[in-house]
Each structure stands twice: as C-alpha cells, then as structure tokens.
Design a protein around this ligand. Structure first.
Ligand code: FAD
Length: 566
C-alpha cells in the first residue's frame, strides 16, 4: 500500500492550499481528486472543444475578493508559480429598467460621482455606508484568518488598524447595541434604511444575497459587506481564469514533492481498531495509507454519512451522524449556470454603452422584490425565471487571452432550486431537471439579458448549460449546495459545520476537515485550507507551532508600533 504522511480527499483550491502549507512544513502529501482535473469549483476549462475550440470557461468561481483579505497568495508566493491577478475597475454595472444605471468603480469617490448624477443624497449615503462596512470588515478579518476556536491565533491577527476599526464601530454602549441591531437585521432592512433609489438598492441586495439568503432574511445584513469588498481589497481575476489559481497551486504542490492523483474517487476512510484514521480506499479498491492524518476537502456531512462505515462512526461519535443529517441547514438553492462562446461582446444599447461596463460583474437586478423571488422561490422548489435576476460576466474584456482574437465568453449565474417541487423522482437524480427543462430556462435567461443587451442572442456561437443537479454531480456536493453547507450566520465561524467539529478536527483521531464546509466558508479564499493546516501542525508539533504563532503575534505588535505615532 502506498504510504504518505497525509492523504487529502479532494483537490479543490482549499485542499491544494492545505497541501502546500503541509509540504512546506516537511510532510509528504497525496491529494486524491474524483474529477479528471484538480480545482473543484475553481477551474477554467475548454468545455466546448468541438463547437467552440479555443474558448476557455470558468465553470464556477470567477470574481475573487476574499482571497485578498488573507495572506495565502503572499505566504505561498503564488506569483512565483505563475499566478497573476488582474484587478477589475469598474467592478459592477447594473442597468435599471427606468434607464438609470449603477456603475461602481473601485474608487468609492468615483462611484459616488456616478450615483450623484441621479441622487445627491444617495451618493453621500453611499460614501458613509461603504466607510461603515469597510471598518467592520477590517474589524472582523482577523477572525477569518485563524481557526475559529483559537483565541491566541485570532488575537495575534489583530494589528493596530484592525483594533482602531473595531473600536470605531463599537464606540460607546449605545453604538455597540446599535451595531448588534444592524447585525440582527436583514440586508433589505439595512439598504432601505440608508438609500432611497432602487437602482442603488437592487444591485447591493443582489450581491448581499450571494451568501445564499433572500435580502429580507434577518441576521444576514452582513451580506452588505459584499459590495464593500469590491472597493477594498478589490475584486480580481487570475490572468487565464480562475483555473490559473489552481494551476499555480498545482505547480507549487508538485514542485515541493506533493502528489496529485485525478480520477480517484474516495469511497471509504479507513479507521483502525484504535479509532484512528489511517488511510482511504478509492473506487476500484486501491488503498492509500496516511501515517499522520487524513484531511477532507469535502464537508463533514459527506464524510460522516458517506465515507465512514456507519457502525464505526456511531461507535466513536454516537450522535454526530444524526446531527449532521438533521441539524445542518440546506435551503435547496442551487446554481444554474450558462457559459457561451460569443462572436462579439454584449452591448447595453439603451445605456450609453461603454466597454468598461463589461470589465466587472454585470448584474441584472431590477428591484428588491425581484430579488426576494430570486431566492425565496428556489427554497420552495420553484424556478424564478418569469422575471430572472442574473449575475453576468464577460471575462474576455478584462482578459482577452481566454478566447480567440476578437471573440468573447459569457458567464451567467442564476439561482434555481436543486429539487423541483412536484417533480420528485423524475429527471436527473429525481430532482426534476431534464435537458428539455434546462434549455427552456436558459432561453428565458437569454431573453432577459437581451432586454438589456439586444445583440447577445445573435452573438452566441455555442453554449453550455448546466442545471443545479448537473453542477452538484460535477462537484460532488450535497444536494446542489455550492457552498458545501449554507452560509447563513448560524452555520458560520464556531458553528461551522457544528460547534463540536468547528475547529477542523473531528472525534476521529487523525481525521481533519477543511474546505468550504469549514470556517470561514465558501468562496475563493484559501483560508479554510490555511487554517486547517495550522491546526494539523499544532496537533503534530504543538510546541513549535505555538512558538511560531507567538513569534507572529510579537512581529505584528512590533509592526504596528510605528503606525501608533502616525
Ligand atoms: C457556479 C459557482 C460560482 C461561484 N462563483 C464564485 C465567485 O465568483 N467567487 C468566489 O469567491 N466563489 C465563488 N464560488 C464558490 C467557490 O467556487 C467555492 O466556495 C470554492 O471553490 C470551494 O473550494 P473548496 O476547495 O473548499 O471545495 P471544492 O472546490 O468543492 O473542492 C472539493 C473537491 O473535492 C472533490 N471531491 C468530491 N468528492 C470527492 C471524493 N469522494 N473523492 C475525491 N475527491 C472528491 C471535488 O471534485 C472537488 O475537486 C462559486 C461556486 C459555484 C458553484
């Protein structure tokens, strides 16, 4: 049996990040990936090779903000391994049905000037709103960059500017209570409080609900942060597509002696008679031994319900399987994805079209009510395609290398149910999704986009449509959950995925969790991978790791001293 220090299940970007840190610490690592390519939801593929050769598509993630809140790119020196980030500016364009449009630049001031063309008041409010969310983000970022239960590690991440921002948003007791009130409210409540204009509220609500909750869902006002991140640290895409991040990680992992095997679906985690995870078995029967530990890039529910012998899991953690099965929330919201090869870029004729509109994300977000339907209908098993809200990107405007000269690609994301109500037991995996239905829905989405960019339908050379059921199968996620588990607040930080397994460790000795199903959750950040590696190293070599963390803490204190006198 082949033997490594660590076997990682899944080569998503978090599995790769985790592997990179462990290889740098001197451990031998094997990554086993079920697909034929690594990257999981972070790939760029030539997926229409016959109809549209030379067009490269980001099949999932496209816009990267969260990774710039953490140190992964710098610490792993990913630019040396081929990664180059291209920053978007403008970051968002959203045409409104009444002829106005929201155009957000990376600069808050420039964005305010755009808003002021229609509303001086909302422009001034936007400036204050972004300042508030910027300070809040700075105040909580140190929590993202550490295991959620590691107080010393979290404290060590607080530099002087984070502390300043924390105190500025907390203020006196009434200000603190008011902050808590904001956190308990919804994105809709918050946006209604601050702004008058629908053309400002709707795109901000669309981005807030990217966390997977309707704008009116209480305790999800934190979603308002999603626009603030596009101003600072900014929104960027790897040159060559999201897959270029994966490729840089693969280059790093293999250059450090790591092994990545694709087409290897892990079917069983091997547990010895002392209750320790000692390896895995893949489809076909091959086994791989893990001397120091098994790390899962897939979430706890799949690990405990599918990869561990039920009797073993029950014996070691009697209630865990039941809690994972019943307590983890899964809203039924999935992603319906369209990728097109285009002969020309879309033109927003009625909006004084400029090519810069297509650099960032284009949002079709007409009203708060449309967005309520966009998220609430999928929860009820219904497809919100009578008046669809869309997240659209034309990646080739920022990065022409992704298509043949002069040609473009189109990326469309639409929220849709995984399980269609009333269609149980039919279609793919009994979800109700069929080829006929998905193409009908895709046609409606293209019609909606054409209401704003009339040339788009004639520009399509070829298209690839993926229903939530197909996307779920490709990624291997549970019931279409693209964030592995929902990103609502009661499942975040120390609650992700459940309090008893929230620090990347499990009741099974030697079995660790990483990936989107762990803190700080889904998105391209690499932070679950980095945090998990720190916990793993802490278990293996507690003294060395604690000394290293204490050293980092001291360094960050010393670095903040000059800032005190500024
Ligand atoms: C359509 C879509 C659009 C998105 N857009 C954005 C965006 O613009 N910006 C952003 O920040 N985030 C976005 N996200 C979210 C982001 O892509 C994910 O949260 C992130 O990539 C998750 O990374 P991960 O490594 O934790 O997990 P994954 O990428 O899910 O990796 C898990 C890996 O495990 C493999 N695997 C599963 N089961 C097994 C098994 N049994 N054996 C072996 N391997 C297995 C999978 O194939 C996969 O490679 C998007 C997601 C989707 C689906």
């Amino acid at each position: 049996m082949e033997s490594y220090d660590v076997v990682i299940i899944g080569a998503g970007h978090n599995g790769l990040v985790c592997a990179a840190y462990l290889l740098k610490a001197g451990y031998s690592v094997l990554l086993l990936e079920k697909r034929s390519v690594p990257g999981g939801a972070a790939t760029t593929e030539e997926s229409l090779p016959d109809e549209a050769p030379g067009f490269y598509f980001n099949l999932c993630a496209i816009d990267h903000e969260f990774i710039h809140l953490g140190p992964v790119v710098e610490e792993l020196e990913l630019t040396k391994y081929g990664l180059e980030y291209l920053y978007c500016d403008p970051v968002v364009f959203c045409p409104h049905p009444d002829g106005k449009y929201f155009l957000a630049h990376r600069s808050v001031e420039k964005t305010c000037a755009e808003i002021a063309r229609y509303s001086e008041r909302d422009a001034q409010k936007y400036r204050e709103f972004m300042d508030f969310w910027h300070r809040l983000t700075q105040a909580i970022t140190p929590v993202f960059n550490a295991p959620p239960k590691s107080i010393v590690d979290i404290a060590g991440n607080y530099g002087w500017h984070n502390i300043q921002d924390l105190f500025s948003i907390l203020g006196g007791s009434n200000q603190t209570l008011d902050l808590i009130r904001t956190m308990l409210s919804s994105a809709k409540d918050t946006l209604e409080e601050w702004f008058d204009s629908e053309f400002v509220k709707a795109p901000l609500a669309r981005l807030a609900s990217e966390l997977g909750a309707a704008p009116s869902q209480k305790i999800m006002s934190i979603g308002a942060m999603m626009m603030a991140l596009r101003h600072d640290p900014g929104m960027a895409r790897p040159r060559g597509g999201t897959g270029a991040l994966t490729q840089a990680l693969v280059n790093l992992v293999t250059s450090k002696g790591g092994t990545i095997l694709c087409d290897q679906s892990v079917e069983r985690i091997l547990i010895d008679n002392k209750g320790r995870a000692v390896g895995v078995r893949v489809a076909g029967g091959q086994e791989y031994r893990a001397e120091k530990g098994v790390i899962s890039n897939i979430d706890a529910r799949r690990v405990f319900l599918e990869l561990i012998e039920p009797a073993t899991a029950e014996a070691i953690a009697p209630e865990l399987r039941e809690r994972l099965k019943r307590r983890i929330v899964n809203s039924n919201e999935g992603i319906f994805k369209i990728d097109c090869a285009l002969s020309e870029a879309p033109r927003f004729e009625g909006y004084d079209h400029k090519e810069e509109y297509l650099i960032g994300s284009v949002l079709i977000a007409d009203s708060m009510n449309q967005l309520e339907a966009a998220h609430n209908l999928p929860v009820m098993g219904q497809i919100p395609d009578s008046d669809p809200s869309l997240y659209v990107v034309v990646p080739t405007v920022l990065d022409p290398s992704m298509a043949p000269d002069g040609k473009h690609t189109l990326w469309i994301e639409f929220f849709a149910p995984y399980q269609i109500e009333g269609a149980e037991g039919t279609g793919l995996f009994g979800t109700g999704w069929t080829d006929e239905l998905k193409n009908k829905v895709a046609d409606r989405l293209m019609d909606k986009l054409a209401d704003y960019a009339p040339n788009v339908k004639n520009a399509v050379i070829a298209r690839r449509v993926e229903s939530p059921a197909e996307l779920s199968d490709r990624l291997g996620v549970y019931k279409g959950n693209h964030y592995h588990i929902d990103m609502t607040l009661e499942q975040m930080v120390v609650f992700r995925p459940l309090p008893e397994i929230a620090n990347y460790q499990t009741p099974i000795d030697g079995l660790f969790l990483t990936g989107a199903g762990t803190h700080p959750g889904g998105s391209i950040s690499g932070l679950p991978g980095r945090n998990c590696a720190r916990v793993f190293l802490n278990v293996q070599e507690p003294l060395a790791q604690n000394l290293k963390e204490a050293g980092n803490w001291l360094k960050s204190r010393l670095e903040s001293v000059p800032k005190l006198s500024q």
